[in-house]
Write a protein that binds this ligand. Structure first.
Ligand code: PBG
Length: 308
């Protein structure tokens, strides 16, 4: 009876797995604060893509950890950068897998900020050129979806325009439109080696108290050409996902971020919670709030629990 009258369902078709590829790594290394999540060298990454495909997960989101960082973030848009190589490897392994790439500069420059920095200031407009170059290089490698997470103003328009003039009109732009400055990203910064070396991200990421601003960010990104939107983090922002869903008619995703994952793993490892039930309840909550799909590090395990 409960199955028949259930109002919300999630399935493996709703899940995207974020993955970290590391340049120069030969094997894979588990990320300490995120048990079950790995830095992959390219060969291991190929193998993992096979596993993801077998589990029926529709897509992945790629983050790169480069060997070299410089002020101009040159490894972010290099033809043979780690993300570009990983996109090619994933497509070779499974051309049907949807390959999304995170577009940002924070892993690629020594300051750890999401844009170019001069004299301690993040330069919004000058960053746009590099972000657009990065997105085009991902498209060139074969990415289906580019997902800017930097939060510079105007980056959706800059990226869309650069893709279009480079003949990548069919590449989809998923904007991290509503990205809050959040302590829930803590473990990710260890994973991506991208913690800011000074200050914080509050000059470009949003204040967690604001929801009208979220709708303004979403509206301007749609105006600039975003095809899909993201709300991030997920758990503490379900009302924002609901509001975005009701206000706009393009797909909306939510990102169940690193800190949310680590909290579940830590408590489960102590036997304090039932991991599977907790994750299933969270996924149901994301869908009930209106998310069309979910970025989650739990994707591989959850794919096998899909029983709805
Ligand atoms: C980088 C980026 C971050 C995340 C995705 N892209 C970190 C940040 O903005 O500090 C967070 C992902 C997670 O915590 O799982 N711009």
């Amino acid at each position: 009876m409960r199955r028949l009258v259930r109002e919300t369902r999630w399935s493996v078709s709703d899940l995207i797995l974020p993955m970290f590829v590391q340049e120069g790594l030969h094997n894979k290394e588990e990320i300490e604060s995120m048990p079950g999540v790995f830095h992959y060298g390219l060969d291991e990454f190929r193998r993992a893509v096979g596993e993801v495909s077998k589990a029926g997960i529709p897509g992945i989101l790629l983050f790169g950890v480069p060997e070299h960082k410089d002020d101009l973030c040159s490894t972010a848009y290099h033809e043979h950068g780690i993300v570009q190589e990983a996109v090619r490897a994933a497509k070779q392994e499974n051309p049907e897998l949807l390959v999304m790439t995170d577009v940002c500069l924070c892993q690629y420059n020594p300051t750890g900020h999401c844009g170019l920095v001069r004299d301690g200031i993040v330069l919004n407009d000058e960053s746009l050129i590099l972000l657009a170059k990065t997105a085009v290089s991902h498209a060139q490698a074969g990415a289906d979806v580019v997902a800017p997470s930097d939060m510079m103003d105007g980056r959706v328009a800059a990226i869309r325009q650069a893709l279009d003039v480079s003949e990548y009109q069919d590449v989809v732009l998923l904007s991290y439109a509503v990205k809050y400055a959040s302590a829930f990203y803590g473990p990710f910064r260890e994973a991506a080696h991208s913690a800011p070396s000074f200050g914080d991200r509050r000059s470009y990421q949003m204040d967690s108290a604001n929801i009208r601003e979220a709708l303004r960010e979403a509206a301007s990104d749609i105006e600039e050409g975003a095809d899909m939107l993201m709300v991030k983090p997920a758990l503490a922002y379900l009302d924002v996902t609901r509001a975005v869903k009701e206000s706009f008619d393009i797909p909306v995703a939510t990102y169940n971020v690193s800190g949310e994952y680590s909290m579940v793993k830590a408590a489960a490892s102590k036997g304090w919670i039932d991991e599977r039930k907790i994750v299933e309840e969270m996924l149901t909550g994301f869908k009930r709030a209106g998310a069309d799909f979910v970025f989650t590090y739990h994707a591989l395990e959850a794919a096998y629990w899909d029983h709805n």
